[in-house]
Write a protein that binds this ligand. Sequence first.
Ligand code: HEM
Length: 343
Amino acid sequence: MHFIKVTLLAMIAFFLSVKLSLAHPGFHFGWGDHHRGISFGLSPQFYQFSCPQANDIVMSVLEKAIAKDMRIAASLLRLHFHDCFVQGCDASILLEDSARIVSEKNSGPNKNSVRGFEVIDKIKSKLEEACPQTVSCADILALAARGSTVLSGGPNWELPLGRRDSKTASLSDSNKNIPPPNATIENLVTFFKRQGLDEVDLVALSGAHTIGVARCVTFKQRLYNQKGNNQPDENLEKSFYFDLKTMCPKSGGDNFISPLDFGSPRMFDNTYFKLILRGKGLLNSDEVLLMGNVKETRELVKKYAQDESLFFEQFAMSMIKMGNLRPLTGFNGEVRKNCRRVN
Ligand code: HEM
């Protein structure tokens, strides 16, 4: 009798879970140590049935966008980071000002700085044609970040999917949670710890600065007044310092740009770490990974400078970790039709 009861219960649970998995791919129903109760997790197969061509669509839009503007790869990689550090990876960064929304686009770290929104719109409109209201804007950001890395010569990874989009944004969290370029190593570690990321993630993810550029205003202090004594940062290598001064004058020129990795600005490689070892990291936050007094980050910079595949492996793992920050899943959030507005 007991056996029949258990078998019956198991059958009901099985049918329920198949039904729910079809309605909500990525849904797990389980019992046992790892899946106690019901959980909606991210999974690489999330769109396997509902939109199998999602990644191909993202990649084809990216290829065209990067052919037109090489920098866009860097901008899209950064967009995912600035999304995930504010309320988790929920596409909150894409929302425009409206009656209910105060856009994150106007925060200190984002204003006149983050870019790539038109490419996200383009991807979204192609996805809406192919699979209406299925692929979230938060997943598009994650797919675009991975695709941009791959198309720049960097590592590939299996990307967990199934994030849903927020109905809110937080300008104040955007101001509070995104680390500033003049941060000390202690600050950087604290900003990352607050998100559940450690020193290894900090150094590996900073390696994203192997592509893209920064505006003069973000590193000017290092050239003219690093410690409030009108002197440059003593860790800057001399010829690099003189080059930077010609591109970034003491007054004005705030929006002039310099590559974060001038050795190979378009190539995703480990040159960024090699440059830091030679006093040629552009931002203070880059340089302190080596020169700050945290032994672990210092050693990691040296390791990644020596061993590109180690950097690639860790970058991929840390991107997955960052991409898993507080996602909305299951019945939370929504799949926006237009990434700039809630439905
Ligand atoms: C560790 C703390 C970090 C700080 C302080 C920082 C700061 C900055 C700053 C100030 C810029 C230049 C922005 C401008 O001038 O408008 C920049 C650019 C960039 N950041 Fe970071 N960043 C950090 C971590 C990251 C992470 C974790 C990623 C991605 C995983 C990332 C990806 C990028 C990329 C790709 C660019 C170039 C964007 C472009 O050319 O449009 N950064 N970052």
